[in-house]
Design a protein around this ligand. Structure first.
Ligand code: A2P
Length: 283
């Protein structure tokens, strides 16, 4: 599995297995074990996915050394502010029970993000977390919060695929060597993307499926991808993207699919309240 070097010197596998919406107490455990068997070495969870326990159990039972697996989790909105974030970080560490977390993110960019970030910086200094980052930060939100941070985020995890390539954001992130992680790298079920004639013709040429073409394009373009699948064949297939390369002409053609629009707009009115009311994390 190819890796990238983050701006703090740590390495991250460029394809991660996402477990959003997979239930705890069995299904996440099974899915993560299956992903690890298939060759994934990067698992992306969150406090608000309610399945950190299963992720931790699967990693421990996999027989793979802890240091060979990269674990991401995320702090939920209810745990923002400096003091409360310490409680949230401790809760994630306890539920995962893996000694440390490789990457911990500010999941949503609202409220006392700066206080929460300070607690994350301290947890990084203490070795509880190896790298820290943010998520769902548009250029405007990035410029609102990040100039106040002492430590630059290692990543910003946002919606990104050929239909929304985040070009403006990527210019801002590139200045500080911040890596962009793509959620919805396959368009989250958008048939127009997976069925786009350019994508299907490349799939035919390289004897890959449409999803593999999207993931190849994204990783070849310098992005980290978190494809989601519950289908065993596609879980396996989505990491088989390192045995071929798109030509520069094909990369340019894929770049031309950008519409500049995301489906989730973190700046939209009501989004913050909707998210705040969506989940309550319990001990
Ligand atoms: P499935 O779980 O049946 O594989 P995203 O990661 O952008 O949110 O997209 C997830 C969606 O893409 C799921 O509906 C998933 O369905 C589907 N999917 C995952 N891998 C592939 C693939 N290689 N080709 C086509 N669709 C895929």
């Amino acid at each position: 599995m190819d890796k990238m070097i983050l701006n703090d010197g740590n390495q991250i596998p460029v394809v991660g297995f996402g477990v959003f919406m997979i239930p705890n107490n069995g299904p996440t455990y099974d899915a993560v074990l299956q992903a690890l068997k298939a060759g994934y070495r990067h698992i992306d969870t969150a406090a608000a996915y309610f399945n950190e326990e299963d992720v931790g159990r699967a990693v421990k039972d996999s027989g793979i050394p802890r240091e060979d697996i990269f674990i991401t989790s995320k702090l939920w909105l209810q745990d923002y502010g400096y003091e409360q974030a310490k409680i949230g970080i401790a809760r994630s560490l306890r539920k995962l029970d893996l000694g440390y977390i490789d990457l911990y993110l500010i999941h949503q960019p609202y409220g006392d993000v700066t206080g929460a970030w300070k607690a994350m910086e301290e947890a990084k200094e203490a070795g509880q977390i190896k790298s820290i980052g943010v998520s769902n930060m548009t250029p405007k939100i990035w410029n609102q919060y990040v100039p106040q941070f002492k430590t630059k985020p290692a990543v910003n995890q946002v919606e990104c695929n050929p239909f929304c390539q985040q070009r403006e954001l990527r210019q801002i992130l590139d200045k500080d060597d911040v890596k962009l992680e793509c959620y919805y790298p396959l368009g989250h079920g958008n048939a127009d993307l997976l069925g786009h004639p350019l994508v299907t013709s490349l799939a035919q040429k390289y004897n890959k499926d449409a999803g593999q073409i999207l993931l190849r394009f994204e990783t070849q373009d310098g992005l980290i991808v978190l494809p989601k699948s519950t289908n065993p064949q596609r879980i396996q297939g989505n990491i088989q993207i390192f045995d071929f390369q798109l030509t520069e002409q094909e990369m340019e053609a894929m770049r031309a699919l950008d519409t500049g629009k995301t489906t989730h707009d973190p700046e939209a009115e009501g989004v913050e309240d909707m998210l705040r009311n969506a989940f309550v994390i319990e001990d």
